[in-house]
Design a protein around this ligand. Sequence first.
Ligand code: 6FA
Ligand code: ABL
Length: 542
Amino acid sequence: APVDYIIVGSGPGGIITADRISQAGKSVLLVERGGPSTWETGGRYQAPWAAGSNLTKFDVPGLFESMFTDPDSFWWCEDITVFAGCLIGGGTSVNGALYWVPSDNDFSTSAGWPEEWVNHQPYTSALTARLPPTDHPSTDGERYLEQVSTVVAEMLKPQGYSNVTINNDPNYKDHIMGYAAYDFIGGQRGGPVATYLQTAQARSNFKLQIYTEVLNVVRNGSTITGVITNDTSVLDGFYPLNPNGRVILSAGTYGSARILFRSGIGPTDMLQTVQSNPQAAPLMPAEEDWIDLPVGYNVSDNPSINLVFTHPSVNSYDNWADVFTDPPAADAAQYLKSRSGIMSQASPRWNFWSALGAPDGITRWMQGTARPGAASINTTLSYNLTNVFTITAYLSTGIQSRGRIGVNAALNAMPLVNPWLNDKTGSDEAALLTGLNNIISTISQVPGLELIMPDNTISMTEYVKTYDPSTMDSNHWVGSNIIGTTAGKAVVDPNTKVFGTDNLFVVDASIMPTLPYGNPHGTLMSVAEQAAAKILALAGGP
Ligand code: 6FA
Ligand code: ABL
């Protein structure tokens, strides 16, 4: 049956938008290509030690690191070459769940937002009322495996860092440090799936349809009449809209860009690539109806660099290697009994920020995230694996580098131009180097602390210059459908409507013009709250 709103993709952008629009009484169909994740959504993929409980891999925070090492990793989108979650919840069902309340600067015009978006506070407050962050997710209120926090705080203190509860003052992000905050609830993965999706599903005017991929929108000139899916149970896989109905793409930075290309919206080279694809070509609008917009350009992702250390006090938790198959029995038992202990937190433990000068005069911010263990270690030094920890340094607000994403002949989505450290003046790299050198400048003040990667055979400059770009990826892709006031410069207008269309919208990370101070999904969830309000307020809808 036709609906008022078809929303494509059940990541944080799609779920929050779908909940708010169904709350307003509109009929909403949320179409998700993947399947269940947490137990509550019907997921049943469990660690062997959790058998008999109602806890899937996606429910247990302590299983986060095993997302990257499990041979049965069905949750990643197979046709996107970087990490992207293809299941209910999208990225929020598989991510580290670090959750930072957005700052005013994250929604400023200098960060690229249109005037209409600057007053984010009502939407941010609506978000935190539904989904408050916690920096002590274990149900007993204790924090576990915090040796890393103590050591890193000791190293940063002489540099003038103060110890704060980070989300208490989101605007204050210079020389501060504090415990990791997550969107976990009751010691389990929470996020939009455990909150907004549940209220939406309680409404009779809302439906979630899983295992269904949207291929393209159906467009009569500027008017969208529905979407084409891979659902073979309906004619041509066509899902129709009501008169004045709307489609909202929330398929993620890569997924939404690909749907636009396949719908004849984007730069000519990408549309020609789609036209050369035998399956996609017949579904595309005629060339005279193509809409030329910079879909895929203006992309950013934080360049991130790992520093690996050892300290005798640190417990690397065996590098999280056995958490899925065979964790310490007492930790598993404690978690199963009361949702407390090590398994109630994802791996990150301690976070810090500082502002950095750069040759082009534009301030950059750097986030550091410290965790027990390391993803990879390349060093000539001998070390004790049980004492290893990592600081990931992310360059964030102020980045000038941009990249481009697109599709290949098989319509796999991928970076075409990497977005890291490519600004003309080299100021991103210079700022990152300053930040990295600052971090390590006080190592000697902490007895027993050693930097093992980079080791003593390579300078920090060389380390950064030779860093494998595929490991500089932060999974924080934004900007492919950038918001703005001018068609051609932007893909969506301040109401998140795609330029040149009457009723096609995008609400996901792809519309964000720049990266916020911290890991982005907190800011993105506020974006979705605000976008839903603007879409509902826009005249001409159902
Ligand atoms: N962000 C944070 O703030 N904190 C973190 O700790 C954090 N960690 C990670 C992380 O560890 C990993 C491995 C990844 C991949 C990301 C992390 N992020 C973190 C980033 C954060 O998760 C993303 O910024 C956020 O999830 C982006 O939300 P969006 O709503 O923009 O997009 P998603 O990719 O989450 O969801 C898209 C959904 O659409 C998916 O469910 C997908 O299956 C679905 N979809 C895609 N194409 C579709 C189609 N054609 N038809 C139907 N459904 C489609
Ligand atoms: C994020 O925001 C990043 O997107 C993730 O890359 C990061 O997790 C989480 N938060 C937690 O800080 C890291 C893992 O800790 C590494 O083990 C893994 O190699 C890396 O993601 C892969 O990108």
